[in-house]
Write a protein that binds this ligand. Structure first.
Ligand code: PMV
Length: 331
C-alpha cells in the first residue's frame, strides 16, 4: 500500500476544506522504549513497539489555510525556501492531502520549546500538522486514524497526537492499519524530565538513515526487537505501580542498547560527543552515591534526565543548565 492509499482509506475521497483555516497544537515526546528500525520505509512501519512521554505544553503549533499559486511555509516566523530539505519533506507530505494538484497551502509552524533544549521537532511537527489538517478539512478523525496519518510524516509523530504516556503498537499488517499509538490511562504527576543540551548542530546521520544502516549491518540488532518488547512490558508495570527505579533503569538500559546497535553498524553510527559520555559518568557517579536519577538519549548527543519532583534541588545543583520539563503539568 502507498501513503496516498492510506490517506484515501482514512480520509475518504479528496474534497475541499470546510473551514477557512485549521489550527492545532501537538506536544513533543521522548521515548522510554525507543523506536529503532523500520519494517516498511514507505509507511514508517516499525520493527518494534515503543513507549513515550509527551511533553505537556512543549511542542508545536500549526496554522494552515489555502494559498494561491504555491505553498507558503513558515517555521518560527522564518519563511522557508521550497528547496530546503525541511520544506521538501513538508511539501511531499502535503501532496498527500491536496484536493486537487492546483490547491496550495499556507502553513505556519511555531515550536514553543526553547531552541536551547535541543528537542527533535519532527514528532510534534507532523502531529500538529495532521491535527491542523483534520481541523481545516473538518474530517473529525479519531485518535487512531490521526496517529496513523502522523506516522506517514515521521514515525515518532504517531505518538505525539496524545499527551501523557503513549504506546505505539508496531502492528503486523502490510498496510499498517494496526500500527498506531494510544494514550495509556496512567498519570505520574511527580515525574520530571530535564534536557541537557550538549550540541545544537544538526545530526550528521538522520534517524531514518541511521535506522536503515543499523537494520542492514548490525549483528547486535538481531537481539533488539526482543529486548524492546521486554523493556516495554517492564515499563508498563513501572508506570502502573509508579516504580521509579524500574522506570528509570529500564529506560536507560533501552537507550544504551539502541545506541549499542548503532555503534555496531558498519560504518559505525555514533551520535555521542565526549560531553555526552561525561554526563553519563556523572549520572552513574551520583547514583552510586544514592541519588535517584536516570537518563535516556535519542539519535543525537543531548541527554534527557529522568527524576522525581522531590529531587529537583539535587538536579539543579548538579546540572544548573538543565531545561526542566514537567510532562504532566497542566494536563
Ligand atoms: O521519528 P523519527 O524517524 O525521527 O525516529 C525517532 C527515533 C528515536 O528518537 C531515536 C526514538 C524514538 O522512539 O523516538
Amino acid at each position: 500500500m502507498t501513503k496516498q492509499q492510506v490517506v484515501q482509506k482514512l480520509t475518504g475521497a479528496p474534497r475541499a476544506p470546510r473551514k477557512t483555516f485549521g489550527k492545532a497544537f501537538a506536544p513533543s515526546n521522548i521515548a522510554l522504549c525507543k523506536y529503532w528500525g523500520k519494517r516498511n520505509a514507505e509507511l514508517n512501519l516499525p520493527i518494534n513497539s515503543s513507549l513515550s512521554i509527551s511533553l505537556g505544553h512543549l511542542g508545536t503549533e500549526t496554522v494552515i489555510s489555502q494559498n494561491e499559486s504555491s505553498d507558503d511555509m513558515w517555521l518560527n516566523d522564518r519563511h522557508l525556501d521550497a528547496d530546503e530539505t525541511f520544506a521538501k519533506r513538508l511539501i511531499a507530505y502535503l501532496n498527500l492531502f491536496r484536493p486537487s494538484p492546483d490547491f496550495f497551502f499556507k502553513i505556519s509552524t511555531t515550536n514553543n520549546f526553547p531552541t536551547a533544549a535541543g528537542l527533535a521537532s519532527s514528532a510534534s511537527g507532523y502531529a500538529a500538522l495532521i491535527l491542523a489538517l483534520d481541523d481545516f478539512f473538518d474530517w473529525n478523525l479519531e485518535g487512531k486514524a490521526l496517529s496513523i496519518l502522523a506516522r506517514l510524516g515521521s514515525g515518532s509523530a504517531s505518538r505525539s497526537v496524545y499527551q501523557g504516556f503513549v504506546q505505539w503498537y508496531r502492528g503486523a499488517s502490510d498496510d499498517g492499519m494496526d500500527s498506531y499509538a494510544e494514550q495509556l490511562p496512567e498519570v505520574w504527576p511527580e515525574l520530571r524530565l530535564a534536557v541537557l543540551t550538549v550540541s545544537h548542530a544538526t545530526k550528521p546521520v538522520s534517524s531514518t538513515e541511521g535506522m536503515q544502516k543499523t537494520v542492514e549491518t548490525s549483528t547486535l540488532y538481531k537481539s533488539w526487537p526482543e529486548k524492546a518488547e521486554r523493556d516495554l512490558d517492564l515499563l508498563r508495570t513501572a508506570i502502573q505501580y509508579k516504580y521509579f527505579e524500574q522506570l528509570g533503569s529500564v529506560a536507560e538500559s533501552n537507550a544504551l542498547a539502541m545506541h549499542a546497535t548503532m555503534i555496531d553498524t558498519s560504518p559505525p553510527v555514533l551520535y555521542w560527543l565526549p560531553e555526552t559520555v561525561a554526563i553519563f559518568r556523572k549520572i552513574w557517579h551520583l547514583r552510586r552515591q544514592g541519588e535517584q536519577l536516570y537518563f535516556t538519549i535519542d539519535a543525537g548527543p543531548n541527554v534527557k534526565l529522568l527524576y522525581e519532583k522531590p529531587d529537583e534541588k539535587m538536579i539543579q545543583n548538579h546540572f544548573p543548565h538543565a531545561e526542566i520539563i514537567n510532562p504532566f503539568g497542566g494536563i
